[in-house]
Design a protein around this ligand. Sequence first.
Ligand SMILES: Cc1cc2nc3c(=O)[nH]c(=O)nc-3n(C[C@H](O)[C@H](O)[C@H](O)COP(=O)(O)OP(=O)(O)OC[C@H]3O[C@@H](n4cnc5c(N)ncnc54)[C@H](O)[C@@H]3O)c2cc1C
Ligand code: SF4
Ligand code: SF4
Ligand code: SF4
Length: 364
Amino acid sequence: MSSKDKLPLAIGRLKKIIIDQGFCTLCGACEAACPVHAIKIADGKPECIYDCANYLDHCSICYDVCPHTEALLIETPNLGCYRKVLLAQAVDRAAKVGSGGRVVTSLLTHALEKDIVDSAVFSGANAAGPIELKPLVSSVPDDLLSAVEIHFFPSAVAKAFSSAVLEHRKQRIAFVGVPCHVLALKKLEAWQHKLAENLKIIIGLFCLWAFSSSKLLQYLSRNYNIQPSEIQRISLAGEYLIHTRKGTTRIPLQKIKPNVLNRCRTCMDFSAELADISVGGAHPLKDWSLVIIRTKRGEGFFNDALKHKVIRTKDIDEAPEVFARISEMATNKKDSALKEVKKRKRLNEPIPPATESFVEGHTA
Ligand SMILES: Cc1cc2nc3c(=O)[nH]c(=O)nc-3n(C[C@H](O)[C@H](O)[C@H](O)COP(=O)(O)OP(=O)(O)OC[C@H]3O[C@@H](n4cnc5c(N)ncnc54)[C@H](O)[C@@H]3O)c2cc1C
Ligand code: SF4
Ligand code: SF4
Ligand code: SF4
């Protein structure tokens, strides 16, 4: 940062290296972590709303917790470290809503009903439809049942986590998010932020990428004559399915890829490698999810749901093709990110520090 820059402390660095380069995925972790509430997400990006240097010296927290600044781990295997991989599906009320294995919903409703957690932070569609996402805090299992859909857009769940603690006074929170959300929460834990004391469990969702809503809407309108108001749902089954009242339009991954968020092009984490439990689709098996149990607290959480028969499981060896496909997707995501990094280096274009530190570790 030059001496002429107005914003001192870490916020100046966050703005210059992440926000101004288009790497922000709007998770809200910087807003959540700021001790003097100097950051607000407004008009689609985090803004510093006053000069925090009037109140603090040497603060680095907003930069440190951003999932796209320097990584916590340098190198991991393609699916991260884990204790167990299996297939699972809901057999409780969650089995009757939505599609997929609905394992996340089932685990969370069970944990709320048994008072293992006092609340869940998750995401649901808002009234404007499936493109606009609303991060939610709730202690009511029925709220989870109405949010089973997957939305391929950013959600400010890290910010919702802070409102669970500070506004709703929750102390045993289950958190659900994509890998970059998980990383933001793990950074809060690693930096011993006060908010993290209230985190009970992190469930990570597999994520190939998230879309820029404005880009995707323009693309669908221009290429498929699908208008925003017509979109009922977007799903993923080997390719993207855009569901409207008129029918379903299928779009292959590579065709739709130009509409993803800039940051997602260099993101290396497919399976939420730092979560306690990671969950993803088990394509081509319908109504099953692939579950990766990574930590001891994740194992205890999952086993309790299993013991109470709200989920059923199947050995992954019964469907080796599912595991092979997920491993391949994770490897492809890392390879594709590395290719993008090489291209950006050649063109002298910016690279998010999270990927840069991984690449340095990778080639060291
Ligand atoms: C941006 C994104 C990209 C994805 N890409 C892939 C992929 O490439 N391959 C794959 O196998 N699966 C992908 N998924 C799907 C994800 O892996 C599924 O959520 C997972 O299969 C869980 O299934 P389930 O039936 O157990 O979940 P459910 O019981 O249906 O629960 C889903 C949970 O996801 C939460 N959620 C929905 N949208 C978001 C969001 N945008 N941000 C944070 N939380 C959200 C909901 O609150 C809900 O709690 C993606 C999901 C997202 C959000
Ligand atoms: S966390 Fe807040 S106080 Fe600290 S540098 Fe960032 S904006 Fe300033
Ligand atoms: S912490 Fe989240 S909201 Fe803040 S700059 Fe980073 S990605 Fe964006
Ligand atoms: S691809 Fe990576 S950066 Fe993009 S939304 Fe998914 S986890 Fe976040």
